[in-house]
Design a protein around this ligand. Structure first.
Ligand code: ADP
Length: 541
């Protein structure tokens, strides 16, 4: 027997309708190159989405066509998020920090017909546009007066494009499985791979990410996604904040500037901010050096790479700010787990509670997780067994864009992460499969070693990579970046590990770097470190 309830498709359009009806007056504050403090509301943004949709229809956009963005977090980018998806197009957010060859591959593989770019990225566009034969129209995200002379053919400003268009659009009733947006993973091996989200997967992900034990957003909150809108949907915040009516603060091109972030967080009364560890480390160093404080922030969500222990402890101890650890990946829209306490957490002593809070947390309903060994046998959830982390659920990719084969094995997506899960569901990542260090047949966790190194007072950032070793196959090598004005000798850093990890885990060597290389998504690039320190002959002995 079938249920007798309404069949309402789960679409971004229905989300937009809801936000208009319930939270139209909630504010969106954003920085752009032209305008240091732009204020609008969701209702105003949606009117401009309609103008954008009318303009794109005039340009000939068909259902399913891809519209690329090379843009920071600001209100125009948000208009593209909703306007393109709701008219039946596919918003393709492109990471401007990728190498030119990767950009060329991605834009051509997606066959983007239109490309919207931030004015700061015009030099990149001028260099690259000839490599994008399928792109018919370039639009610069600025007003008419701010549009510079350029060699990009037919370049127009966003404001000129939408000017005079009707503020209403007859949004189509889309099937909920229609593609809404896409994002390529940076692909550490091989070519980048396109993840194609649907309206349904986006809406379900939005519901789950707002839950109290997830990002925990409320209508009265002010939310700052420092995580870019070109990377995994800014972790879904651009959908979730409007859904609950929270105010959005969008940092535009200033996301990497701690001084600007602190100013924005205090003046706009930000409650929740989200970003990768590198961003929060920069902020912590800035707070320490400047003596400034964050006046209203109650929760810093950190994900994209493991949260260093010292960062969680220091934010709490020095600034009274709780750091919440989350894990996800582009293929998961991206939310996979968030660390929120259970009833049992209150019974833990301080040390055990910190250990629990440092795990990547628990999966919300909608994400199933399991661990397997290399032969595919399922491992117990006892907090000890370590294996391949596999996931499945309605916002997990099953196939990459234009790929012939499924991305799944036995119905599960292999994350490439190595983890344990305890009996309460707390998942702890020890490494990525390709970053593991195999010494004498046993695995060493680079994340745990990095964590210990970063508790040393002189260390600002640390990474551990495997170096080849004749007897042990591989041994860990520590690469550190010291805090400004601080000094530490290699011996002292090695001694720091004693008593904190098993003796055979202690790195064999230390190398100092002025800064660590980061990937286009802000994570420490172990690939580059390996090239730099191992191919260069600096292997530990
Ligand atoms: P890219 O590699 O393009 O940056 P993703 O953002 O999708 O792509 O990367 C996802 C990966 O990032 C995960 O598989 C995991 O290895 C790592 N990651 C994300 N969050 C965390 C976290 N909290 N702790 C450890 N690793 C994380």
């Amino acid at each position: 027997m079938k249920g007798l309830m309404m069949d309402c498709p789960l679409t971004v359009t229905s989300l937009m309708r809801h936000v208009n009806a319930q939270h139209g007056a909630s504010e969106v504050y954003s920085l752009t190159v032209e305008n240091p403090a732009h204020r609008s509301t969701y209702a105003e943004i949606f009117k401009r989405c309609a103008q954008l949709a009318n303009a794109l229809r005039r340009l000939g956009l068909n259902r399913g066509d891809r519209v690329a963005t090379l843009a920071w977090n600001d209100y125009r980018h948000m208009e593209l998020y909703y306007g393109v998806s709701c008219m039946g197009g596919v918003l393709h957010t492109v990471n401007p920090r990728l190498f030119p060859e990767q950009l060329q591959y991605i834009v051509n593989h997606a066959e983007d017909r239109y490309l919207f770019a931030d004015p700061l990225l015009l030099p990149l566009l001028e260099k690259m546009h000839e490599a994008f034969p399928a792109v018919e129209r370039y639009v610069l995200l600025c007003g008419k007066d701010a549009l510079p002379e350029s060699s990009v053919p037919g370049l127009i400003s966003y404001e000129e494009l939408i000017e005079g268009e009707d503020e209403r659009y007859d949004w189509p009733e889309l099937d909920e499985n229609t593609a809404s947006s896409m994002c390529y993973t940076s692909g550490t091996t091989g070519n980048p791979k396109g993840v194609l989200y649907s309206h349904r997967s986006t809406v379900l992900h939005t519901y789950a990410s707002g839950l109290s034990d997830a990002i925990n957003l409320r209508s009265a909150d002010v939310v700052l996604p420092v995580v870019p809108m070109f990377h995994a949907n800014a972790w879904g915040v651009v959908y979730c904040a409007p859904m609950v009516g929270a105010k959005l603060v969008l940092p535009g091109p200033r996301a990497g500037d701690p001084e600007a972030l602190v100013a924005m967080m205090n003046s706009e009364r930000v409650d929740v901010a989200l970003g990768v560890p590198t961003v929060w480390l920069g902020l912590l160093n800035y707070l320490d050096a400047s003596g400034r404080r964050l006046e209203t922030v109650r929760n810093l969500v950190v994900g994209g790479a493991a949260c260093p222990r010292s960062m969680m402890v220091d934010f709490q101890a020095r600034y009274g700010i709780s750091v919440c650890h989350a894990w996800g990946m582009t293929e998961m829209s991206p939310l996979g787990s968030v660390n929120a306490p259970t009833a049992g957490s209150a019974k833990l002593d301080d040390k055990a509670l910190l250990a629990q809070r440092l795990t990547q947390g628990r999966a919300p309903y909608g994400v199933e997780m399991r661990l397997t060994d290399d032969d595919g046998n399922e491992l117990p959830r006892d907090g000890k067994a370590v294996g391949r982390l596999q996931v499945r659920g309605p916002w997990v990719a099953r196939r990459y864009y234009r790929a012939e084969e499924s991305a799944l094995k036995d119905g599960w997506f292999d994350t490439g992460d190595v983890a344990s899960i305890d009996s309460n569901g707390f998942m702890n990542i020890t490494d990525r499969t390709k970053d593991l260090i195999k010494s004498g047949g046993e695995w060493i966790s680079s994340i745990e070693l990095e964590d210990v190194a970063m508790t040393h007072p002189a260390v600002s950032e640390a990474a551990v990579i495997a170096t080849p070793h004749e007897k042990w196959t591989e041994r860990p090598l520590l690469i550190v970046c010291l805090k400004e004005g601080a000094s530490a000798e290699a011996d002292e850093l090695i001694a720091w590990f004693e008593g904190k990890v098993a003796r055979w885990w202690i790195p064999d060597g230390v190398r100092f770097a002025d800064e660590l290389p980061h990937t286009a998504t802000g994570k420490v690039s172990k690939l580059k470190l390996r090239e730099q320190f191992i191919a260069g002959g600096a292997a530990a002995s």
